[in-house]
Design a protein around this ligand. Structure first.
Ligand code: ADP
Ligand code: MG
Ligand code: ZN
Length: 415
């Protein structure tokens, strides 16, 4: 992609509205723009990051045997009356009446819709187990939308639901999802903690939260400094149950939450199946959420330096950015364009900074954007036939012939 053909409105100054490091960087690097409080547009770079995160999630969900579907955001309120969650969610649910007089809401979550769907088609133990997931926009009228994508009123969630005939089946699926989550967050380049949590409005018993330590995170976790055992913070600090050490409070962002729901929704909505001995029983459910758009914030919170974002390899919006430092006669730009074509020909997605900007501006922007590798083509190419490769994570630079540098880049990308 040519920089001049895409839309990357970088900012030199920190915007006033930005409340946290990740929020500042997202705005400055041109990833998102606010339409109104808690509601954001994803600009081309932000969308590429989101797509990379979604690809990792899809890979691991599919590998764990879950099937993707897409449920409606627009939902009849009567479905929510059946579980009583319209009351529990209260003002968080965005609801209105349509022109037909139907009472509708914009889905804040999808347990009701998926249980109602499955109810119509699952009737026998032979059809179980089943795991379904979607990546979809949720709507929640949050009291305090904050920190850009951390807490939005419109945000993207991956939600998965497992359906089983017995507790043993639920345990197997829950474990498969838990393991998939570990792989997903690792591939996202995150340091994270897993805590046993209170399942709150979701109901059910066992639940785990996936928490990313971040200085401005709103969720408090108790962490044992000795054995690293982690626990959701209630109201007081405790001693670690594993080793007796006094636990420490740390700020985190919740990026994932998994629950063993049991029969809470299926019994209320009448989603039953007939077991081997002909008995009618409610299906046993689990639900598994990931804050997809919040992950963008969490990844930036943990992967940045004073100059900007430092994307983990798999998340970087482009594999490399080509910086051409023109000297006036167009020879350098021509070379840069040729290298761009070669990389694109090898299916390596690169961003070509073809703007007529000063070197300083291009370097600053490249560091701000945080693309994993920078390929710098300047006067040295005309003098010595050499170009430069900079690795954003350690700021190390190597200089060499075009052939050597491109081989190095291709090797690093595939390795
Ligand atoms: N308002 C929001 N904005 C962005 N992401 C959110 C928001 N609310 C929840 N999420 C993400 O979706 C995941 C699943 O949601 P859930 O656990 O139902 O939310 P909550 O913890 O607020 O009850 C959370 O772990 C979090 O990462
Ligand atoms: Mg949660
Ligand atoms: Zn301990």
């Amino acid at each position: 992609m040519f920089w001049t053909k895409t839309f990357i409105p970088t900012l030199k100054e920190n915007p006033q509205e930005a409340e946290s490091a990740s929020h500042q960087l997202m705005l400055r690097a041109g990833l998102i723009r606010m339409l109104m409080a808690g509601v954001y547009s994803y600009l081309p770079l932000g969308l590429r990051v989101l797509n990379n995160i979604e690809k990792i999630i899809r890979d691991e969900m599919n590998a764990a045997g879950a099937a993707e579907l897409l449920l409606p955001a627009l939902q009849p309120k009567e479905l929510w009356l059946k579980t009583g969650r319209d009351e529990i969610l209260g003002e968080v649910m965005i609801k209105f009446t349509d022109r037909r007089g139907r009472h509708v809401c914009l889905g804040p979550t999808h347990e009701e819709v998926i249980t109602d769907l499955v109810k119509g088609y699952i009737s026998s133990y032979k059809q179980l187990p089943l795991i379904l997931y979607q990546i979809q926009t949720k709507f929640r009228d949050e009291i305090r939308p904050r920190f850009g994508l951390v807490r939005g009123c419109e945000f993207i969630m991956k939600d998965a639901y497992s359906f089983d005939r017995d507790e043993a089946g639920l345990k197997i699926n829950y474990e498969a999802m838990r393991k998939a989550y570990l792989k997903i967050f690792k591939r996202c380049g995150l340091d994270f903690l897993v805590t046993e949590a209170d399942s709150g409005v979701m109901g059910g018993s066992v639940s785990h939260e996936f928490m990313v330590p971040a200085s401005e995170g709103e969720d408090i976790v108790l962490l044992c400094p000795a054995c690293k055992h982690a626990l959701g913070y209630k109201d007081k600090e405790e001693k670690c149950t594993k080793c007796g050490t006094q636990m420490e409070k740390i700020n985190t962002l919740e990026v994932g939450h998994i629950f063993q729901l049991g029969t809470k929704y299926t019994s209320m909505l009448g989603a039953n199946f007939v077991n081997e001995s002909g008995k009618l029983l409610p299906i046993i459910m689990g639900c598994y959420g990931i804050g997809v758009s919040r992950l963008v914030s969490a990844i930036i919170e943990q992967n940045r330096d004073d100059s900007g974002i430092v994307w983990p390899k798999e998340i970087s919006p482009y594999k490399a950015v080509i910086i051409s430092l023109d000297s006036g006669d167009g020879a350098i730009k021509q070379k840069a364009a040729q290298i761009y074509e070669e990389l694109e020909g090898d299916s390596i997605d690169v961003l070509f900074d073809d703007r007529d900007e000063r070197a300083g501006v291009k370097f600053k922007d490249a560091d701000l954007l945080g693309i994993t590798y920078q390929l710098i083509i300047g006067k040295d190419y005309l003098k010595n036939n050499t170009i430069e490769l900079k690795c954003r994570s350690n700021n190390e630079k190597i200089t060499g012939t075009e052939e050597m540098i491109l081989n190095k880049l291709k090797g690093s990308i595939s390795g």
